[in-house]
Design a protein around this ligand. Structure first.
Ligand code: SF4
Length: 69
């Protein structure tokens, strides 16, 4: 079982810190909020993704065990 990463858009404040830390996993959308790039949903076990979750001021990056990963 791997770790899935998702973003709660109710909590994201759009400061792009996650994109700075892990630009191959996160991107900013036209809505001004961060999104997990297509195909990167299972990157939750990466150190830089966990670092982004710790640095995220909104606590918007969620990492959870998932059978999908
Ligand atoms: S670090 Fe958190 S609040 Fe900032 S853009 Fe990324 S998900 Fe949104």
């Amino acid at each position: 079982m791997g770790k899935k990463v998702t973003i709660d858009h109710e909590l994201c404040v759009g400061d792009a810190i996650c994109v700075d830390i892990a630009p191959d996993v996160f991107e900013m959308g036209d809505d001004g909020l961060a999104h997990v790039k297509e195909g990167m949903e299972c990157a939750g076990d990466r150190d830089d993704v966990q670092e982004a979750a710790e640095q995220c001021p909104g606590g918007a990056i969620l990492i959870e065990d998932s059978d999908e990963c």
